[in-house]
Ligand binder design. Structure first.
Ligand code: C2E
Ligand code: MG
Ligand code: MG
Length: 702
């Protein structure tokens, strides 16, 4: 369809006819009119072209809103032809004259938006309307897109702002407001310098500007200041925006507050490397530092001492006074050692109650010894934790580079071995590693293997040590003590193999066997007419922490037809004070079944009176170490007296262990002790000898 076609059907007013509408007033006016008509005639081709080629639709409506003229652009907008359109009713409300309105036109199934501006004109001397139509579909789409984009920017969790090229903020989003503490309105018009924290060197900012002014984006970590003065770290990207001519016009910056993330990362690093309780490096870091120290020593031809320290009886303290006291103790210990060590030394908490120390540039072993002595001495001042006065000692093992080994791992193992030796040797001491210790460990390992076989191979048996009542001078009970006939070594003392049995778990089958063996023995003695005796036996803490201990004891008793009152279980003070669920459960079940319990080695542990009262104990066994002091140490005598008085006040039976002399017996009798056990009456005896001894017993050899 060509423009000329329309014009033939709907002739546009010719320049001449427009001109004729102008009235001439006079001659001069007529001349002016003629000139105007002339000019219009000259311009007509131009106007025609504009009308035909403009992208705006032009429609002329008569008074009845019937289309009397339309240009090609209008025909395109309505997907029609001018032929078709002219003579039809326009159909759209015209709205207010001279004010644009938008209408939606459906052409070819797709809506397009058209902006319409109606003006009143005169057409062929008639009142008419000229409608200018402009397709704004693309503009509307662009506007919607921009709207969505700006919503997205608004809603972004990252802080976003736009500045002019001098860094004055023109726009910012809510997230930035929240991050910085400034309101959006407050920021608008401000320089980005308000965020400066003073934490960066001045050339830091200059550097960013250099980047941006060169047209490059800048990305990096920046510390900003909030309105309230506090700081936050942001990961920030600034992108320069160029205008249509390619000149820098704005910057868009996006920032993410990473302060929290950094904090967690920092904490993770600390957690991975440092012990949270004491704040000391952990085992991992310790090994790294030891390795580094060895390498330095290698180059400098120097010596490094590795020390391992273990708090004596820590488990007991933890179990009796509670974990919070245990924790506080660990902190106090780390402070004690920290105060003694030099700045070049590394102290670490290796876990549990173990601490490690690397001493660099140690002149000689004597220097290391002095240091160890100082540490041990510092422990001798008692600590008050949570209102509890806690007496602690420690055992230390030391190995040295290059004397003992050149490998960090090996040195650690050697220091540990030495530490165990210090413990075995009576605690509160330090020991240097020596080759002998390695042999010792091998012996232990072999002993454990042998013990495994001993259980099945009938190498274990029970000895019975008589207990005499001091009032009646009669044997009223006995303590069963385990014996091991080692095929090569002969009799091995329980002091040597019980700890191994406990550490390896072998104590459990051994413990079960002991109960069965006692019941069997008791039946035999009853059958041969031995007077009724109370049989005591030792039960280790490891057994007490097992679920089925009480059940095994009571069911074995039942099977053998024994009464629970015939038995007495000896437990150490440590176990008696332990308030853990399992121990308590076993104690309750055994008490309910009528089995009595004694506290063994009383006075060597950490019992508190209130704990003792809460425990359903029948007997206190005064530890042999105090009994041994009778007649020799006034302190020991005082302890024995105090323990007897304490037991009496609690209504307990007192049994003194390790009585070897008539003086000791007399002392105990004078103080009101109830029973004694010891070599003075008899050594632990094999069952047959025990029966004979008891049957023929007439009183102590006074
Ligand atoms: P305990 O329960 O305190 O046993 C007393 C220890 O002192 C026994 O050592 C006994 O032989 C010894 N003794 C008794 N009278 C005297 C004396 O007058 N002078 C001296 N010097 N010693 C005396 P034994 O049999 O070597 O047992 C040592 C420890 O091994 C026991 O101490 C006990 O803790 C443990 N033990 C022994 N048998 C068993 C057992 O069957 N099971 C468990 N779990 N531990 C046991
Ligand atoms: Mg005992
Ligand atoms: Mg004892």
């Amino acid at each position: 369809m060509t423009a000329s076609l329309h014009l033939t059907h709907t002739p546009a007013p010719s320049p001449r006819s427009i001109a004729t509408r102008m009235r001439a007033h006079d001659g001069a006016a007529a001349a002016k009119q003629a000139a105007l008509e002339e000019e219009l005639a000259a311009r007509y081709p131009l106007y025609k072209r504009v009308v035909e080629e403009t992208s705006d639709g032009l429609v002329v409506l008569d008074r009845n809103a019937v289309i009397t003229f339309c240009n090609p652009a209008a025909a395109v907008m309505f997907s029609s032809t001018c032929d078709d359109l002219v003579g039809r009713e326009f159909g759209f409300p015209l709205g207010t004259l001279n004010e644009p309105t938008q209408v939606e036109i459906f052409t070819g199934g797709k809506p397009s938006f058209v902006e319409m501006l109606a003006t009143a004109i005169s057409w062929h001397d008639q009142d008419a309307s000229l409608i200018v139509l402009r397709d704004v579909t693309a503009r509307r789409e662009a506007e919607t897109l921009i709207q969505m984009q700006s919503r997205a920017l608004e809603a972004s969790i990252n802080g976003i702002f736009i500045t002019d090229k001098s860094g004055i903020m023109l726009w910012s989003n809510q997230a930035l407001a929240e991050m910085s503490g400034y309101a959006v309105d407050e920021m608008t018009g401000q320089s980005i310098d308000i965020f400066k924290s003073g934490k960066h060197a001045e050339n830091f900012y200059a550097d960013i500007w250099l980047h941006l002014l060169a047209g490059d984006a800048w990305k990096g970590r920046i510390i900003n200041r909030r309105k309230d003065g506090s700081l936050y770290t942001a990961e920030q990207t600034v992108t320069p925006i160029l205008d249509a001519t390619g000149r820098l016009s704005h910057f868009v910056a996006i920032q993410e507050d990473i302060s929290e993330r950094l904090k967690t990362q920092g904490e993770l690093v600390r957690l991975a490397e440092f012990d949270t309780l004491t704040g000391l490096p952990n085992r991992h870091v310790f090994m790294e530092r030891l390795q580094a120290a060895i390498e330095r020593a290698q180059r400098a031809d120097a010596m490094v001492a590795v020390m391992m320290l273990d708090i004596d009886n820590f488990k007991t303290i933890n179990n009796t006074l509670g974990h919070s006291v245990g924790d506080a103790l660990l902190v106090a210990v780390s402070d004690k050692i920290g105060a003694i060590m030099r700045t070049t030394d590394t102290l670490a908490h290796l876990g549990g109650d173990e601490f490690g120390l690397v001493l660099e540039n140690v002149k000689d072993m004597a220097a290391a010894s002095r240091m160890m002595r100082k540490i041990l001495d510092s422990f001798h001042r008692s600590l008050t934790i949570d209102g509890h006065v806690v007496e602690v000692t420690a055992s230390i093992g030391i190995a040295a580079y290059p004397k003992d080994d050149t490998e960090a791992q090996a040195l650690m193992r050697q220091a540990e071995l030495a530490m165990y030796q210090a413990k075995a040797g009576g605690r509160d001491a330090f020991r240097y590693f020596d080759r002998e210790m390695d042999a010792d460990i091998r012996r232990r390992v072999k002993l454990e293997a042998d013990l495994r076989r001993a259980v099945e191979g009938n190498q274990l048996w029970l000895a019975y040590q008589p207990q005499m009542d001091l009032a009646s001078n009669r044997i009223v009970g006995a303590e069963a003590l385990i014996r091991w006939n080692h095929p090569e070594r002969g009799l091995v003392s329980p002091g040597e193999f019980i700890p191994i049995a406990e550490a390896s778990g072998l104590i459990l089958p051994i413990g079960d066997w002991i109960i069965e063996e006692i019941c069997r023995q008791y039946q035999i003695w009853q059958a041969v007419g031995l007077p009724a005796l109370r049989l005591g036996f030792n039960v280790s803490g490891v057994q007490f922490r097992q679920k089925n201990l009480a059940h095994h004891v009571t069911s074995t008793l039942n099977k053998a037809g024994l009464s629970a009152s015939d038995l007495d279980i000896e437990i150490t003070e440590t176990v008696a004070m332990e308030r853990s669920g399992r121990v308590q459960e076993n104690v309750d079940l055994l008490t309910a079944a009528g089995v009595s319990m004694s506290v063994d080695d009383f006075g060597t542990g950490y019992s508190s009176l209130s704990n003792l009262q809460a425990f359903p104990v029948c007997r206190l066994k005064v530890d042999a170490s105090f009994v041994r002091g009778i007649g020799q140490s006034r302190d020991d005598e005082k302890i024995v007296e105090a323990v007897i008085r304490l037991g009496q006040s609690l209504g307990l039976t007192l049994v003194a262990e390790g009585v070897e002399t008539p003086e000791q017996l007399q002392f105990l009798r004078d103080r009101g002790c109830d029973e004694i056990q010891g070599y003075f009456i008899s050594k632990p005896l094999p069952p047959e000898q025990f029966r004979a001894f008891t049957a023929g017993f007439t009183g102590p050899p006074l």
